[in-house]
Write a protein that binds this ligand. Structure first.
Ligand SMILES: Cc1cc2nc3c(=O)[nH]c(=O)nc-3n(C[C@H](O)[C@H](O)[C@H](O)COP(=O)(O)O)c2cc1C
Length: 398
């Protein structure tokens, strides 16, 4: 998080249970060398005292829009001019709604409205509030405006519910937030990557999946982050650690991956589909474990096609630069070329998965980058290095 050194960070704290974690956020920001000013909503003061945040930040905490004392030295416009970036953590459903509609009826909303730089939000709320379509629409509007949304995570909530809506941990938020300041060839670009396999349930204990390890997608995510991009990684179940500094979304089925992609693809500059999405899923999923009847007769599993995520993204009216992967076992370049044109992609990365040295689960890769204009071979090397070259190639195209 070196990029946070010497930066002016305005931390907005709003009225949710997770407000107690904002103290830790201030502490980490200070440790990373940032100057921190805290703006609290009135409700936030019910959850954590301004004094705590003042002591940790070393600066007076502001909450009043009309504050004669503050107005003389640093009013809402001065605060907006002072900040290099705004982080609102936790961000309540209420504050998200108010920011989305451009309200300026308290200090935090007014400063944010007057601010012309990167704004990141770490939503924290009950799972039903998070799922509500009004919350989602409000967030969509803010994402379209360029706001970064960090999380939320899923798990047990303070109210006892289980689901999406928990605020991410302070360090996870700050790793994503620190990207606001990263400079590189992809600086400021928003990249959506899918990775790993999907699992299509047959019954509660069995599913259809494939051998995708997710390594290529995870390496690409890391390379894009290194290059300064803001990355959202949507991943099927894999056995590798998730990259830090990215917005991570975990899914299981192809339908969940489709829904997550369609939700997150808005306002993205680049979409990279490395996930090995199952082409088919069982028509019926049994709620009970399917048992052997001992007759020795074959049983039939009826399958239906899943939605084509890559094609759906490239058919979007406002489509990003779309990158597909062609993992082929024969006629590599011919099949990859067909996929490039058939799915209206901007770039296809072709690799030969019949070669055990470079296929699924291996550490190495060798790929050919195919666009309508050119074919470029990236020779056999670690997936990490191949990923950096792919990201470099993409950054020259966008
Ligand atoms: C005990 C308690 C916990 C709350 N936790 C949350 C929360 O985690 N997320 C949220 O969006 N609202 C939560 N609320 C509701 C907000 O506090 C309420 O909407 C408030 O108006 C938010 O104001 P603000 O956005 O200006 O801070 C909670 C309310 C109470 C009483």
């Amino acid at each position: 998080m070196d990029s946070l050194t010497n930066k002016n960070v305005l931390l907005g704290v709003t009225g949710g249970i997770a407000a107690y974690k904002s103290a830790e956020i201030v502490r980490h920001l200070k440790k990373s060398g940032s100057s921190v000013r805290v703006v609290m909503t009135k409700s936030a003061e019910e959850f954590i005292t301004p004094l705590t945040l003042q002591a940790l930040s070393g600066n007076r905490v502001s909450s009043e829009l009309l504050d004669a004392e503050a107005e003389a030295a640093m009013g809402h416009i001065e605060l907006a001019k002072w900040a290099d970036a705004i982080l609102i953590a936790p961000a309540t459903a209420n504050t998200i709604a108010r920011l989305s509609s451009g309200r300026g009826d308290d200090l935090l909303s007014t400063v944010t409205l007057a601010f012309d730089g990167p704004v990141s939000l770490a939503p924290a709320m009950n799972q039903a509030m998070w799922r509500d379509e009004r919350t989602q629409e409000n967030l969509d509007r803010l994402i379209q405006k360029g706001y970064e949304v960090c999380g939320p995570g899923s798990g047990e909530q303070a109210c006892g519910d289980i689901g999406l809506g928990r605020m991410l941990e302070p360090l996870e938020i700050l790793q994503i937030f620190s990207n606001s300041f990263t400079k590189g060839k992809m600086s400021g670009k928003r990249v959506l990557i899918t990775a790993g396999p999907t699992q299509e349930p047959i019954d509660p204990v069995r599913f259809i999946t494939n051998r995708s390890s997710g390594k290529m997608g995870y390496n690409l995510a890391e390379a894009a982050i290194e290059s300064g991009a803001r990355v959202t990684l949507i991943s099927g179940p894999v056995d590798i650690p998730k990259p830090s500094n990215c917005n991570f979304v975990s899914v299981e089925t192809a339908q969940e991956m489709y829904d997550a992609v369609m939700h997150h693809v808005k306002e993205k500059d680049v979409y990279i589909g490395t996930a090995a999405v199952s082409d088919y899923k069982p028509v019926n999923t049994s709620n009970l474990k399917i048992k052997k009847d001992g007759s020795g007769k074959p049983i039939t599993l009826e399958l239906e096609e899943n939605k084509d995520i890559l094609k759906s993204v490239s058919e979007l009216q406002d489509k990003p630069y779309v990158v597909g992967f062609a993992a082929e076992t024969d006629n590599l370049l011919v099949n990859a070329d067909k996929k490039l044109k058939g799915k209206n992609l901007d770039l296809i990365v072709a690799n030969d998965v019949s070669d055990k040295e470079i296929g699924f689960n291996s550490e190495q890769n060798e790929v050919t980058l195919i666009t309508l204009k050119e074919k470029t071979l990236i020779e056999r090397q670690s997936k990490k290095k191949v990923s950096r070259q792919i990201i470099d190639f993409i950054s020259d195209q966008i």
